[in-house]
Ligand binder design. Structure first.
Ligand code: HEM
Ligand SMILES: *[C@@H]1O[C@H](CO)[C@@H](O)[C@H](O)[C@H]1NC(C)=O
Ligand SMILES: *[C@@H]1O[C@H](CO)[C@@H](O)[C@H](O)[C@H]1NC(C)=O
Ligand SMILES: *[C@@H]1O[C@H](CO)[C@@H](O)[C@H](O)[C@H]1NC(C)=O
Ligand SMILES: *[C@@H]1O[C@H](CO)[C@@H](O)[C@H](O)[C@H]1NC(C)=O
Length: 330
C-alpha cells in the first residue's frame, strides 16, 4: 500500500523543532490533512453514534486503545481475530476476553473511512482518534494526537496476558509501566481513565467479604459504598459479571472525580485504592483531586505530544482484513 501523505515545509520545521523526539516513529499531527481531510469528522460521527446508543462505549473505546498500546505499542493488533490454529490474536488474552468492548464500533468506522479515503488510513490511527473523540464527547478536553501509526502484522497474546491486573501490587504495576517507558506518575495519571466506565464484580469482590483472608471486608473501603457493593455483588459466583461503575459519583463523565473518590476511600479496584495510600503516589492523587487541570494536562500529554511511548515497530499501514489474510498466506 502506497503512503500518499506529503509534508509541507512548515510541517517539517515544526517537526524538527518540536517533535524531533518522535522522528523514529514518524508521527505527525497533520498526517492525513491532505490525504483524508474528512477523517476526524467520520471518526467523530461514528463514535458519537455509538455513544448515543450506549453511553458506556466512551469508556470502552478509551480502554480498547490502552489495551492495544500497552502491548507492543499502538499497532491495532488487538483488533486481529484468531484464525483457526494458524494465528493467535490478543482478543482472548486474560484481561481482554469477555471484558474489552468496542471492536465492532472501530470496524464500522473503518468501513466508512475506506469509502471516503480508500487504502489511506491505518486502523491504529482510527483507534487513536476514536479514543480521543470518545473521551472528549464525555467531557475530556480536546487534545492533538500525532498520527501516522503503522498497523502491526502480528499479535502477542503472551504479552497481552501481562496487561496490569487489579490484583497486582503497585510495585508490579509500576514495573510494567516502567517497561513501557512510563513512570509512577503516569500510572497515577492514566489510571484516572477510571473516571468513566464499569467493572465486573469479580475484579474487586475480594475487598467486600474476606479481605486478605481476614473474614472481613477491606477496612479501607468507605462504609456506605461497601454496603452498596455488597448488595450489588453478593458473595456468590453468579454475581461475578455484574457491572458496577468505576466512579459512582459521575459515572459517565470524564472529570477528576476518580481522584476525589480515592481520597474519600471510595476507589473501586484494589489497584486504584492503593494509589491513595502508597507514599509514592498519595500526594499526586491529592493534587489531582484538587486541581483537575493538572490531571487533564498530564493525561493528554502522555497521549498527545509524548505519544512516542506508544509507538509500535509495525512496518506498514494496513487494513485489518488484509492483515488477517496475510496471516493466512504466511
Ligand atoms: C493501572 C493499571 C490498570 C488496571 C489494573 C486496570 C484494570 C481495569 C479493570 C479490572 C477494569 C474492569 C474490567 C472488567 O471488569 O471487565 C478496567 C476498566 C477500565 N479501564 Fe482500566 N486498568 C488499568 C489502567 C487503565 C488505563 C491506563 C486506562 C486508560 C487510559 C484504563 C481505562 C479503563 C476504562 C475506561 C475502563 C472501563 C471500560 C468499560 O466500561 O468498558 N485502565 N480497568
Ligand atoms: C447499541 O448498543 C447495544 C448494547 O448496549 C448493542 O447490543 C447494539 O448492537 C448497539 N446498536 C448499534 C446500532 O450500535
Ligand atoms: C511476546 O511477548 C512475550 C512476553 O512479553 C515475549 O517474551 C515474547 O518474546 C514475545 N513474542 C514475540 C514473537 O515477540
Ligand atoms: C467524600 O464523601 C462525602 C460523603 O461520603 C461527601 O460528602 C464529600 O463531598 C466527599 N468528598 C469529596 C472530595 O468527594
Ligand atoms: C515511603 O515510606 C518508606 C517506608 O516507610 C520510606 O522508606 C520511603 O523513603 C518513603 N518514600 C517516599 C517517597 O516518601
Amino acid at each position: 500500500m502506497e503512503q500518499k501523505a506529503f509534508k509541507r515545509p512548515f510541517v517539517n520545521l515544526f517537526y524538527v523543532f518540536f517533535l524531533s523526539h518522535l522522528v523514529f516513529c514518524q508521527l505527525d499531527y497533520r498526517f492525513y490533512d491532505s490525504t483524508c481531510p474528512s477523517l476526524t469528522m467520520i471518526v467523530r460521527y461514528g463514535v458519537w453514534s455509538a455513544i448515543a446508543n450506549d453511553t458506556r462505549m466512551a469508556a470502552s473505546l478509551v480502554r480498547l486503545h490502552f489495551h492495544d498500546c500497552f502491548v507492543n505499542g499502538c499497532d491495532a493488533s488487538i483488533l486481529l481475530d484468531d484464525i483457526d490454529s494458524t494465528f493467535v490474536g490478543e482478543k482472548t488474552a486474560r484481561s481482554n476476553q469477555n471484558s474489552v468492548r468496542g471492536y465492532e464500533v472501530i470496524d464500522k468506522i473503518k468501513a466508512n473511512v475506506e469509502k471516503a479515503c480508500p487504502s489511506t488510513v491505518s486502523c491504529t490511527d482510527i483507534l487513536t482518534l476514536a479514543a480521543r473523540e470518545a473521551a472528549n464527547i464525555v467531557g475530556a478536553s480536546y487534545w492533538m494526537v500525532p498520527l501516522g501509526h503503522r498497523d502491526g502484522r502480528t499479535a502477542n497474546k503472551t504479552a497481552a496476558n501481562e496487561l496490569p491486573s487489579p490484583f497486582e501490587s503497585l510495585d508490579n504495576i509500576i514495573a510494567k509501566f516502567n517497561a513501557k517507558g512510563l513512570d509512577t506518575k503516569d500510572v497515577v495519571v492514566l489510571s484516572g481513565a477510571h473516571t468513566i466506565g464499569f467493572a465486573q464484580c469479580f475484579t474487586f469482590k475480594q475487598r467486600l467479604f474476606n479481605f486478605g483472608g481476614s473474614g472481613k471486608p477491606d477496612p479501607d473501603l468507605e462504609a456506605s459504598l461497601l454496603k452498596g457493593l455488597q448488595t450489588v455483588c453478593p458473595d456468590q459466583v453468579d454475581s461475578d459479571t455484574t457491572l458496577v461503575p468505576l466512579d459512582s459519583v459521575t459515572t459517565n463523565r470524564f472529570d477528576n472525580s476518580y481522584y476525589r473518590n480515592l481520597v474519600n476511600s471510595s476507589g473501586l479496584l484494589q489497584s486504584d485504592h492503593v494509589l491513595s495510600t502508597d507514599n509514592r503516589t498519595a500526594s499526586m492523587v491529592l493534587s489531582y483531586s484538587r486541581y483537575p487541570y493538572l490531571f487533564f494536562k498530564r493525561f493528554w500529554s502522555i497521549n498527545g505530544e509524548d505519544g512516542q511511548h506508544w509507538c509500535s515497530n509495525g512496518t506498514r499501514w494496513g487494513d485489518k482484513e488484509e492483515l488477517q489474510s496475510s496471516q493466512l498466506d504466511a
